[in-house]
Design a protein around this ligand. Structure first.
Ligand SMILES: Nc1ncnc2c1ncn2[C@@H]1O[C@H](COP(=O)(O)OP(=O)(O)OP(=O)(O)O)[C@@H](O)[C@H]1O
Length: 368
């Protein structure tokens, strides 16, 4: 059985939201779908322990089929757990009746990858729909929808139809609609997967605003690590229906403990050997070869201008071969491939200086 690996304590400088104040709590939750026509039942989730702290943005990342959709659908009763229990605001919702779920769903907005707007309704009427269903008076609907369209930046599109909007605008309508009943929690089901990178950024910024300014807790599922990196406070990595790693984003992304997490992280920080170098790199040094180092920036140490420091203080020429440096919570995070002299004492001086800066450096080969 895969025990969840807890990441280290909160990263330096991150602003952790106390896990002690949960708004949603999964306790040993399992979900099996019955088999069809003689086939075995499908275990989509098992042994899920997950806490969503009040006010946080929590991301669940996993590959296709890992169980993400199932997990998020359990939170608004679109699926029912077959083991364990789920607590929302301290209420055990596991055995709720459909009527109980209807009331609960007003507290929980949801947005979708393909927006799920009604094509025959205008933007205004799409956002108004949950309020109409809740029986809100007309004047309240008018003021609430107007306020929400301003919040999501679509005040000028209120009479448009979904077909007249871009993908990003459609998702803004989805967000406004999800917020119409003033939920405490917003569930996001691959909300940016159908959008281009620039639009993704703007939707993520809007979600962050919704979280920070309205205090709405967000639980999102994604297969994209940049989404986690951009806006989440905490992350759970899910594989084959189990959480294999969970913790605050900074710790999990900078020090992944599980191979699946490491593979996701590699996608944003890993640096491949450039092809021209991969063909030439040797495992044994020949006379005159330079040493190729991979320097890993873990964010806690690396605000120092490393390369210039190596060049200026120890007088060693450093060639940058490839690199990928990103930032989490404003701190550099990623890796650089450099070549430095192989002879001593230069190499020892370089490795010593990197050690002083608390940067991880590995020798990955030699090139002429
Ligand atoms: N209604 C269902 N009936 C039977 N099996 C299902 C049902 N829904 C999901 N499953 C199965 O449960 C497992 C988890 O599916 P789920 O959709 O939760 O994963 P996912 O991580 O969201 O995948 P994707 O990113 O591709 O949507 C899969 O093996 C899937 O085939």
């Amino acid at each position: 059985m895969n025990a969840p690996l807890k990441a280290d304590a909160f990263g330096v400088g991150a602003q952790p939201i106390p896990v002690a104040d949960p708004i949603i709590r999964f306790e040993q939750v399992g979900k099996s779908y019955p088999g069809r026509r003689g086939q075995n039942a499908v275990t989509a989730l098992s042994g899920i322990d997950l806490t969503v702290p009040k006010g946080a943005i929590v991301g669940v990342i996993g590959r296709s089929g890992a169980g993400k959709s199932t997990l998020i659908r359990l939170v608004n009763g679109l699926e029912r757990a077959t083991a364990g229990r789920i607590l929302i605001e301290g209420e055990d919702v596991t055995g709720l009746t459909e009527a109980g779920w209807r009331a609960r769903r007003r507290q929980t907005g949801m947005i979708f990858q393909h927006f799920n707007l009604l094509s025959s309704r205008t933007v205004f009427d799409n956002v108004a729909l949950p309020l109409e269903i809740a029986g809100a008076p007309k004047a309240e609907i008018e003021s609430q929808v107007t306020r929400l369209l301003e919040l999501v930046g679509l005040a000028d599109k209120r009479e448009r139809y979904p077909a007249e909007l871009s993908g990003g605008q459609k998702q803004r309508v989805g967000i406004a609609r999800a917020l119409a009943t003033e939920p405490k929690v917003l569930l996001c089901d691959e909300a940016t997967s159908a959008l281009d990178p620039e639009t993704t950024q703007s939707i993520l910024a809007l979600l962050r605003k919704v979280n920070r300014e309205l205090g709405i807790t967000i639980l999102l599922i994604t297969h994209e690590i940049p989404v986690i990196k951009e806006i989440c406070d905490r992350v759970a990595v899910i594989e084959d229906g189990r959480i294999v790693e969970e913790g605050d984003v900074f710790s999990v992304l900078t020090r992944p403990q599980h191979p699946t997490t490491a593979r996701f992280v590699e996608a944003v920080t890993g640096v491949e050997l450039p092809a021209y170098l991969a063909d030439r790199i040797r495992t044994q040094a020949r006379p005159g070869d330079e040493t190729v180092l991979r320097i890993t920036f873990t964010g806690e140490n690396a605000t120092a201008p490393v390369i210039s420091r190596l060049s200026s203080t120890i007088g060693v020429d450093v060639n940058i071969l490839a690199g990928r440096i990103d930032a989490i919570a404003g701190r550099p995070f990623g890796s650089l491939l450099v070549s430095v002299p192989t002879q001593e004492p230069e190499l020892a001086a370089v490795l010593g200086a990197l050690k002083t800066l608390e940067l991880k450096a590995e020798v990955i080969g030699y090139v002429s």
